[in-house]
Design a protein around this ligand. Structure first.
Ligand code: NDP
Length: 397
């Protein structure tokens, strides 16, 4: 018997519910709860077989969450709502002594800034309550962090240079759309760039540093240095790292739209008064952009995300590239959503499996690289995100 509560019924929630439902030997009882219950019901109906129970919950409201958790009694809460809800869900988990997993670190609604400090502050409380929090268990953060842990354990004696490379070589046919929650996505990629070098953070202007990189099965794509949350924990957990950077591909058309959106103030998180009602421009923008879960139809091409690493093994310099390519069409055929939701939802499912099987279960708050990567890496190959290793690769970086 293992009971799991999923919170959030967007693109990622759809994949998590679908994958968990297909693994009855691990996930016996599944509840999907979100702000809009009809979305949960539609996902449950698509999956069928009465595998998924549904409920309405406002995840900003701790007492509501506590009531739901107490009535369903899960062993684990999987948070695939938005980063704004991380702390309220963690509070509810503490109150009910139920473990927690998420895919994105906490971000305050009124400040486009994400850091682990808010969630790391729960370490002692989770330890005392005897419950586990698994942070950042999507693809990036998530699989990229576990790829790094795998490399540290099996490939290198010391990791010196880490470049995480994230390419979406797909085409959804829309002039402009984001692959996951538009508000979170636009907040993330319009920030200043930042990377770790020689013991300190170096800041850049947004998209200031860029170069073409070659991605397997996709080819060359202009890749932009941006800040990404897994860098924060990786440089702490692997102190031999001299430089850690994150690169993401963007097309020219995407960047042009983004620039216009910013220039006309539509990316702003400051509330404005419109005809007597307060609205937040970026939230209004989200309402008019295509929902990420609707992008699957006709989405062609692949994502390719991985780690390019240089370090030392047996006194010799060594390079290594580990990556996964995921086809949008295959993801859609299996779950009804595109590859970006798929590459996030599958790792969240595997992380939940690791917890329920007792392999990733220890009181406290942990980033995924702090657990044993081996059983997780094995499940990636089984559950749809197989990985490829290239030793002595030309890293281009
Ligand atoms: P969506 O916007 O598609 O879905 C979010 C869901 O959360 C929606 O169903 C929404 O409800 C629900 N929700 C929002 N606020 C609340 C609330 N207060 N109470 C209850 N439910 C709420 O996002 P995605 O599925 O694309 O992304 C989900 C998460 O995954 C995000 O945190 C995102 O940052 C993370 N992510 C992580 C990645 C990784 O690789 N680590 C990559 C991509 C995403 P409603 O339907 O009513 O709006």
């Amino acid at each position: 018997m293992s009971r799991v509560l999923i919170i959030g019924a967007g693109g990622v929630g759809t994949v998590v519910a679908t994958k968990m439902a297909s693994l009855p030997e691990v996930f016996t009882d599944i509840m999907l709860a979100s702000r809009t219950k009809s979305k949960c019901d539609a996902i449950a109906e698509r999956i069928g077989g009465n595998r998924i129970q549904t409920a309405q919950v406002d995840a900003d409201n701790v007492p509501e969450l506590v009531n739901l958790i107490n009535s369903f009694k899960p062993e684990l809460v999987v948070n695939v709502a938005l980063p704004y809800q991380d702390l309220t869900i963690m509070d509810a988990c503490l109150e009910t002594k139920v473990s927690y997993l998420d895919t994105a670190n906490y971000e305050p609604l009124d400040e486009a800034k994400y850091e682990y400090k808010w969630q790391w502050a729960y370490r002692e409380k989770f330890e005392k309550a005897g419950i586990t929090a698994i942070l950042g268990c999507g693809f990036d953060p998530g699989v990229t962090s576990i790829f790094t842990a795998h490399a540290a354990k099996h490939v290198f004696d010391e990791i010196h240079y880490l470049d995480i490379v994230d390419c979406n070589g797909g085409d959804h046919g829309k002039a402009f759309a984001t692959n996951f929650n538009p508000e979170i996505n636009i907040r993330e990629i319009t920030q200043k760039g930042k990377y770790w070098e020689n013991g300190q953070w170096v800041e850049t202007e947004p998209h200031e540093i860029h170069k073409p990189l070659n991605y397997p099965e996709i080819g060359p794509k202009e890749s932009y240095l941006i800040y990404h949350e897994e860098l924060e924990s990786l440089v702490i957990n692997y102190p031999t790292i001299k430089r850690a950077r994150f690169w993401m591909t963007f097309g020219q058309e995407y960047l042009t739209h983004l620039r216009v959106i910013q220039n006309i103030g539509m990316a702003s998180i400051e509330p404005i008064n419109y005809e007597g009602k307060e609205i937040v421009p970026i939230q209004f923008l989200k309402a008019v952009l295509p929902a990420p879960e609707t992008l699957g139809d006709n989405y062609t091409g692949e994502t390719s995300i991985g780690c390019r690493i240089k370090g030392i093994k047996d006194g010799q310099e060594k390079t290594y590239y580990i990556y996964n390519n995921c086809s949008h069409q295959a993801a859609f055929n299996e779950t009804g959503t595109q590859g970006v939701s798929y590459t996030t939802g599958v790792p969240a499912t595997i992380g939940a499996m690791m917890f329920l099987q007792g392999q990733w279960k220890k009181p406290g708050v942990y980033n995924v690289e702090e657990f044993n990567p081996d059983p997780f890496m094995e499940q990636l190959n089984i559950l749809g995100l197989p990985w490829v290793e290239v030793h002595e690769a030309d890293l281009e970086l």
